[in-house]
Design a protein around this ligand. Structure first.
Ligand SMILES: [Zn+2]
Length: 124
């Protein structure tokens, strides 16, 4: 399993036209080809640059990673803060939205998913 953690994400919420930003973690199981780290970061940027929903962004990244290198499985997690949430009240200042998308072996195998979550420091 290849994991790249803490890729910075800056995007714009399409509901509120306000920024959301945070970190993206990508794991995949190569079937030969691997990505350079900067290539993965560029893919994230490419999809983040448009008006987005965090859920859709997460899914789009997982699909493009799966297809680009014909990976056996992919897992993507995005943890982000949304200005549209933060501006609603003091108590929302520190809330983070977490979204995940798992495909292929990451979806089929609990062990693979657990390995991914533990390597990025989360519980499955
Ligand atoms: Zn919003």
């Amino acid at each position: 399993m290849v994991i790249v953690k803490d890729i910075e994400v800056y995007s714009l919420c399409e509901h509120h036209m306000l920024p959301f930003y945070g970190r993206c973690h990508i794991g995949y199981i190569p079937s030969g080809t691997v990505f350079g780290v900067s290539k993965l970061a560029r893919l994230v940027d490419m999809y983040a640059r448009r008006l987005q929903l965090q859920e859709r962004l997460t899914e789009q990244i997982s699909k493009v990673v799966l297809e680009s290198v014909n990976a056996k499985g992919v897992g993507v997690i995005i943890e982000a803060r949304h200005l549209c949430m933060m501006m609603r009240g003091v108590e929302k200042q520190n809330s983070t939205m977490v979204t995940s998308s798992v495909l292929g072996e990451f979806r089929d195998s609990l062990a693979t998913r657990e390995e991914f979550f533990s390597l990025i420091g989360r519980r499955a």
